[in-house]
Design a protein around this ligand. Structure first.
Ligand code: NAP
Ligand code: MG
Length: 403
């Protein structure tokens, strides 16, 4: 008997090894159990090239319309990929395109297993990272200064008001200079997205910046966060959680000493760096999930890892692989649980929980892929191949559901 999902889910297919496991997951863990209206978009690199990347925009709009998406990892082409796949051009990052259409914020959360101890002994609960993926050095203007001269920051008001000029530095020789910016509306949306996520998950919200040094730029971020947190005081109270502002260096130290269980909101660069640190600290990229949340409550779930190219080349040669599918399975369960919650269909939520439980019990029962075998405690003597692992999860799932 299959469980009916009331409203549609947008499925976004991807590339390489991630695509291989994606198809196995869908065939073995999703479609046999659910009656679900899947709106399928193939964002594999060939299809994006054929459609001049229109398919990416269509997929993002479908998420906007239905409110729910689940995405496989995709190639962001560089020069080498253009050659490898004979592409018309270096198409933009699909994640970047989808993120800007949904105006979303990305939250990354690790999956915790009893027998996969984190690198940091005190960590017991997930540390979720929220990255402000807009502006700062990612949209900066910069150049190398070739010789002596004066660098200035100039602002020309659109209303014809007086120009503002600030000296950056008097150069006596070669050097570098950079100008970067952010906008109040983007920082405010980010703060709100973080507040909503923290309230929804009932976890404390931390925000760190360097306002002692950058009194205006970082201070502006601190003030916007403080204002938004103050507006949400009642929601924080009802959820039993706190907002905490820290200096960024203190935040790094406190996170390492903590037992986890918070949302750490990061400025763009901090989030880029710290999300890799936290992912590695929790074990494997194969255990890191990611969700894009728009300010009006649309969701797109995915694994944080990429297309796992090295494994794909082995797969193409006909060699067995041991690619971790846990984060991709959790992308599906994340989307299903949220869909069920939005639709008030508890049986769908329960199915998602049952599948997650089957995955955790499989790993905790000693069946895992090679990346986890290397760090499991207690040690296991052999690793499962890609498909073996998924089959084992399917077996447990069927057992629990009585199929
Ligand atoms: P990656 O695919 O995440 O792989 C990096 C390495 O991490 C792998 O070679 C593998 O190490 C290990 N790894 C990652 N996921 C794993 C898994 N599920 N199971 C086992 N090991 C795993 O990152 P990348 O090599 O930087 O990027 C490859 C492609 O993915 C690029 O074309 C990039 O554009 C794309 N990408 C897409 C997304 C996305 O769509 N969200 C995100 C990141 C990258 P070993 O080889 O040592 O086993
Ligand atoms: Mg990074």
């Amino acid at each position: 008997m299959s469980i009916k999902v009331k409203n549609p889910i947008v499925e976004i297919d991807g590339d390489e090894m991630a695509r291989v496991i994606w198809h196995m997951i869908k065939a073995k863990l999703i479609t046999p159990f659910l009656e679900v209206d899947i709106r399928y978009f193939d964002l594999g690199i060939k299809r994006r090239d054929e459609t001049d990347d229109r398919v990416t925009v269509e997929a993002a709009n479908a998420i906007k319309e239905t409110g729910m998406g689940v995405k496989c990892a995709t190639i962001t082409p560089n020069a080498a990929r253009v050659k490898e796949y004979g592409l018309k051009q270096q198409w933009k990052s699909p994640n970047g395109t989808i993120r800007s259409i949904l105006d979303g914020t990305v939250f990354r959360k690790p999956i915790i297993m009893r027998n996969i101890p984190p690198a940091v002994r005190s960590w017991k609960k997930p540390i979720v990272i929220g990255r402000h993926a807009y502006g700062d050095i990612y949209k900066c203007a910069e150049f190398v200064i070739e010789g002596p001269g004066k660098a200035e920051l100039v602002f020309t008001p659109a209303d014809g008001g007086e120009k503002r000029v600030v000296k950056v530095h008097d150069f006596s020789g070669k050097g570098v200079v950079m100008g970067m910016y952010n906008t109040e509306s983007s920082i405010r949306s980010f703060a709100r997205a973080c507040i909503n996520y923290a309230v929804g998950e009932k976890i404390d919200l931390w925000f760190g910046a360097k306002d002692t040094i950058s009194k205006q730029y970082h201070g502006f971020f601190r003030d916007v966060f403080a204002e938004e947190a103050a507006k949400a005081r009642d929601k924080f109270g009802a959820a039993g959680i706190k907002y905490r502002y820290l200096l960024i260096d203190d935040a790094v130290a406190q996170v390492l000493k903590s037992e986890g269980g918070m949302l750490w909101a990061c400025m763009n660069y901090d989030g880029d760096v710290m999300s890799d640190m936290v992912a590695t600290g929790f074990g494997s990229l194969g255990l890191m999930t990611s969700v894009l949340v728009s300010p009006d409550g649309k969701y797109e779930f995915e694994a944080a890892h990429g297309t796992v190219v090295r494994h794909y080349y082995e797969h193409l040669k006909g060699n067995p692989t041991s690619t971790n599918s846990v984060a991709s399975i959790f992308a599906w369960t994340g989307a299903l649980a949220k869909r069920g919650e939005m639709d008030s269909t508890m049986d769908v939520v329960r199915f998602a929980e049952t599948l997650e439980q089957a995955v955790i019990e499989t790993v905790e029962g000693g069946v895992m892929t090679k990346d986890l075998m290397l760090i499991a405690e207690p040690k296991v003597s052999k690793f499962a191949h890609t498909e073996e692992f998924i089959d084992e999860v399917a077996k447990r799932l069927k057992g629990t559901l009585g199929h």
